[in-house]
Design a protein around this ligand. Structure first.
Ligand code: PLP
Length: 465
């Protein structure tokens, strides 16, 4: 095993360390906001989840694997459902979609949003009533729209004039009257700690408020014999920590709703402010508790409705990542460790794991940041600035761009990356013909596979020559 001199390492990484990342006092410590509630280190220093040691999980299920603390996920669902009592909380299934997880969300009081026939099939296979499902998407197929109308989906969020026409015809054909929401592009883009109130009209989702399309879309749905306008919908971004952006979007949506009442006497029962509530990926992120977010959103909608002179409609929201993200960590095995010294003399440890961009594309896709910890043991070695990378043939195949790991991290160690419940397995790929990892749910001291590991045979089955 290589060793590093403490002094040399401390000096060398200084110029490469991002300013937000401080040198940890204890490199083995777990930052509570990054981890599911059931995760802790044992007295021997091994990471446990729900009472099961990660080395046991690795032995039984192999690595890499996504490990779900099911009680933690359920507790988050309950916390959001309770905080938003009197409103509807839809779990955005695109964040992570499996039968067990959708069923758990519904058991804890949530509804579910899907945006393709595939996600819908999982929800139906999980036994979820169609009335508890919403359908999104900017290009739903005719088959998807027909199925939604035929089985009586709770609501369909329309995204284009073409779609309103198609839905109108399909509803007529089935003699149905689906509940429709109009997705409004309010011209607000919120992202992490910032939002831009006017700059995001140039994108594919929704009907623009600014050019009157949103008004026209609502007018057409109101005028349809076969469609019921349930309300207006807006979704302004992801990783939002600040309710100020929702204030702007709610004000704009409520103003449109007031105009629709004035012009057509339409009383819309519902307003949906979308999802995108932030979660913690690194020490930089400090999400608000759902009770605070709920209080703020309810207040915003009530205040805007008072200004517009309308009754506050029922609120709905669509969190995805904040529910499932923190409940999951990815367990990897370290394969190689390579100290790389740059020309300026600074150095970092490249720690290669047995997965990568096929199980977590987010760092490569949009510079997402993650954290990592040595999971199979604790170490007294000094912290070294490390970069956790995958096994794929891309230099952008990075799992954790900047993190301090013990300098003696070595092949065979297990590494855990928290916060990987959302948009990791669901955006997974088979790049380099790497089969996708399983999802293991831990609950009551027992671990079970809820999504099986893909095999090379699965991939070969599709390769029909
Ligand atoms: C993606 C999405 C969500 C969920 O976003 P999160 O960041 O996971 O909370 C909610 N609503 C809509 C319309 C979405 O597209």
């Amino acid at each position: 095993m290589r060793t590093h001199e403490a002094g040399a390492l401390h000096g060398d990484f200084a110029s490469l360390r991002p300013s937000w990342l401080s040198v940890p006092e204890d490199v083995n410590a777990l930052l509570p906001q990054l981890w599911a509630d059931g995760v802790a280190r044992s007295d021997e220093g091994v990471l446990h989840v729900g009472g099961i040691a990660v080395d046991t999980l690795a032995e039984q299920f192999g690595t890499p694997a996504y490990i779900l603390d099911e009680d933690d996920f359920r507790a988050r669902c309950r916390a959001w459902a309770e905080a938003f009592a009197g409103a509807d909380v839809y779990y955005a299934a695109k964040a992570f979609c499996s039968k067990a997880v959708l069923r758990a969300a519904v058991e804890e009081g949530l509804n579910v949003d899907v945006c393709t026939a595939g996600e819908l099939a999982v929800a139906l296979a999980a036994g979820i009533e169609p009335a508890r499902l919403g359908l999104h998407g900017n290009n739903k197929s005719l088959a998807e729209l027909r199925q939604a109308v035929e089985i009586g989906l709770g609501r369909i969020v329309v995204d284009s004039f073409t779609e309103i026409e198609r839905l109108d015809e399909i509803a007529a054909e089935f003699g149905a009257r689906p509940q429709v929401m109009v997705r409004v592009n309010v011209g607000v883009e919120a992202h992490t700690h910032e939002y831009i109130a006017t700059a995001h009209e140039d994108q594919k989702f929704g009907f623009s408020l600014a050019d009157g399309d949103a008004y026209e879309a609502a007018r057409r749905v109101i005028g349809s014999e076969h469609l019921e306008l349930a309300g207006l919908h807006s979704h302004i971004g992801s990783q939002i920590f600040d309710t100020a952006a929702f204030e702007v979007s709610a004000a704009r949506v409520v103003r449109l709703q007031a105009r629709l009442r004035e012009d057509f006497g339409a009383v819309l029962p519902e307003i949906d402010l979308g999802g995108g509530f932030g979660m913690a990926y690194t020490s930089q992120d400090d999400p608000q508790p759902p009770t605070d977010i709920a209080a703020a959103l309810v207040k915003i909608v009530e205040a805007e409705c008072a200004v517009a002179g309308i009754e506050p409609p029922r609120l709905s929201i669509e969190p995805g990542r904040t529910l499932i993200g923190p409940a999951v960590f990815t367990l990897y095995e370290v394969g190689t460790v390579k100290p790389v010294t740059l020309s300026g003399g600074s150095s970092r440890l490249y720690v290669s794991v047995d997965g990568g961009m096929s199980d977590n594309i987010r760092p490569a896709l949009y510079d997402a940041t993650y954290s990592a910890t040595l999971a199979s043991r604790v170490s007294q070695a000094v912290p070294a600035l490390a970069r956790v990378v995958g096994k794929h043939c891309e230099s952008g195949d990075i799992v954790v761009k900047d993190e301090f790991l013990p300098a003696d991290v070595a092949p065979g160690d297990l590494l855990a990356v928290p916060g990987t419940g959302a948009y990791c397995r669901s955006m997974g790929s088979n790049y380099n013909h790497v089969p996708r990892p399983p999802v293991i749910a831990v609950r009551d001291g027992e671990a079970r596979v809820i999504l099986a590991r893909e095999t090379v045979d699965d991939l070969l089955r599709l390769d029909v020559g």
